[in-house]
Every structure is written in C-alpha cells, then in structure tokens.
Design a protein around this ligand. Structure first.
Ligand code: 173
Length: 322
C-alpha cells in the first residue's frame, strides 16, 4: 500500500513537473558594454524595465551593469558561454568571435527592410553558429559616426595623427593615413588627456556622457555609417524558455527596435549641444565630402570582405543601398 502510494505520488509529480517548470519565474543575467545610464545603455535599460514589469512571475532580468562589471570586449565571450544570458553590445566589440557583426555599421536600409529581405535571417545563422546567440533588437540605428579631433586638419588626411579606434573605424582611418590605437570607450578620456591620441572615432551622440567634450576641439563632417547597438540573448537560454516567457522578451524587443528611429532626434540634440560647447565643425563639402563618405564605405566593405570572404559579399547585397 505504502509503496503503491509513493509510486502514484511520484508519477503525479512527474506529470505535473513540466507545468511547474513553466510556471516558475526565470531570472536572466543582463550586462551592457556601455557605461550604465549613458546614451547607448538607455535603450537596454528601458527594455529591462519593460520585461520586469510585463514578466512579473514569469521572467525577470537581473541587471549586472556595465564595463565596471565586465570589459566591453569580453561581453561576446560571456554571452556565448552563458556567463551572462542577455547583453547590450555592438558588433565591433565581438569581432574576435564573429567578424561579420561589424558589418551592421554598413547598413543603408532600415532594419525593418533587412528583416524582410533575408539579411536578418542570413545574420541569424551566423549568430547561432559563431556566438550561440540571437539578435533580439537593434535599438541604435540612423546614428552616424564621426571623427573628433584635438588638432585641426585642412583636408581628409590623417597622416601623423594618432586616432583612437575600435574595429568600426580601423580600415577607414588607416586609409586616411592615421596611426590607430584601439581602446574601450572607458579609456578615451585619459588617452585624450595624456595626449596619447589626437582624436577618436565615436557616433554623433554621447560624447558628453563621459566628459570627452572637455578635450574635443573639432568634429569632422560628414559623418559616415550607422552605429549599431543591439540586445542579444544566449541561444541555449532562449531555447529553455516557455512560449509565454519568450513572448515577454519578443514583445519588448519589437517595441524597442521600433524606437530606433527616435535616434534621429537625439542626433539633432547632440549636434546643438556640441555647438554650444564650442566644438568647431571641420566640414568637407561638395565632391570632397562625397569622396570622404564613399571612402568610408569602400574601405569598410573591403575590411568586412577581407575578414569574411565567404559572407561579406552576401551581406553587402542585403545591407548596402541598391
Ligand atoms: O567607438 C566605439 O566604441 C564603437 O565602436 C561604438 C559602436 C557603437 C556605438 C557607440 C560606439
């Protein structure tokens, strides 16, 4: 009697366990590769707030923080291995694992179109193979990069200048003659202060976040490329989620990616703020400006194709302006 009862109880528990498991709240570890509460982390922070509100009792994100918790160039490894479940990061920070991710900077079509034309699906396979991850939402787009300087230049020639880079700018700035120094964003201020660099690459927004405006005298126009910052999730973590938990994450992702267009307003606000801070614009106009921008794309694609001869040309077909 006793034995039979416990067998029955065990069977009841087993059959009930999938429901119990799916009803349990899951907590994901989240990390950002940009300083907390600064421009490029804010979209992720809004996403976390939404998931934690909509996902009560189902799914939550524990925000571990930013570069104080983990160096930005380590975030790809941590996501791939499952040390973190969800990450806010740009492709340039994990080219060690997936060089193709740096090609997001070269998109000249909106993400909605790239999700339809096969480009997103093509990248999704690479994310799965190389990073064991899924790109959930690109929340930064329509946000050009610029060259910022402490010394003036008269033409698009950086010979003799040391410029801080990430993989985003390497091929272009080297083609302009610069000596390049790669650093994480957290090291830019000190590099400028000590004169280790004469300038840096960064998008149009965010130079006030870490005080770089204090050391910046010039911005070079036109800008080039379109900065990409996205939320990625570890695929093993994703596969374990229930449909209801996945829905909370997917809905928040769609919601956030739709806000990327608002970056345009932020661009204008920071242009005005830079002007007010006395940052002078060195503008290459007319044919010189067109050549500057064309060189950015030509050297950018050549770099991607060199890193990934197999996938680079296909990505160009999906991403570049037709
Ligand atoms: O300059 C950088 O650190 C960089 O590559 C980047 C990419 C996207 C947004 C902001 C910075």
């Amino acid at each position: 009697m006793r034995i039979r009862f416990s067998v029955l109880l065990a069977a009841a528990c087993l059959s009930a366990s999938p429901q119990i498991a799916s009803a349990q709240q899951v907590t994901l570890k989240g990390i950002t590769s940009f300083a907390e509460k600064t421009f490029y982390s804010r979209g992720f922070e809004r996403f976390i707030e939404k998931v934690n509100a909509d996902g009560k009792g189902l799914i939550q994100i524990n925000y571990i923080g930013g570069p104080k918790a983990m160096p930005p160039f380590e975030v790809g490894n941590a996501l791939k291995s499952g040390v973190v479940d969800i990450a806010n990061v740009t492709g340039a920070f994990y080219t060690n694992l997936m060089p193709e991710a740096d090609a997001w900077k070269l998109t000249e079509r909106p993400m909605a179109e790239i999700r339809k034309n096969g480009g997103y699906a093509y990248m999704a396979k690479l994310y799965e193979q190389k990073l064991n991850a899924i790109l959930l939402a690109r929340h930064i787009d329509h946000n050009p990069f610029h060259l910022y300087l402490t010394k003036p230049i008269a033409k698009p020639d950086l010979t003799g200048l040391k410029i801080r880079i990430t993989p985003v700018y390497r091929d272009f700035f080297q083609a302009l003659g610069a000596t390049v120094v790669q650093t994480a964003p957290g090291e830019v201020y000190t590099a400028l202060e000590r004169g280790v660099v004469d300038g840096y690459g960064w998008p149009i927004t965010g130079i006030f976040d870490l005080g770089w405006h204090e050391k910046t005298k010039y911005r070079v126009d036109p800008g080039f490329y379109s900065a990409e910052v996205s939320i990625l999730i570890n695929k093993t973590t994703w596969d374990k989620l229930s449909p209801a938990q996945k829905k909370v994450i997917s809905d928040a992702s769609t919601w956030l990616e739709a806000q990327a267009i608002q970056t345009l307003k932020e661009n204008e606000a920071d242009i005005a703020k830079q002007k007010a801070a006395g940052i002078q614009v060195i503008e290459f106009k007319g044919a010189e400006g067109v050549a500057f921008r064309n060189k950015a794309y030509e050297t950018g694609w050549a770099g991607v194709i060199k890193q990934s001869p197999e996938h680079g040309p296909k990505l160009r077909g999906f991403f570049a302006r037709p």
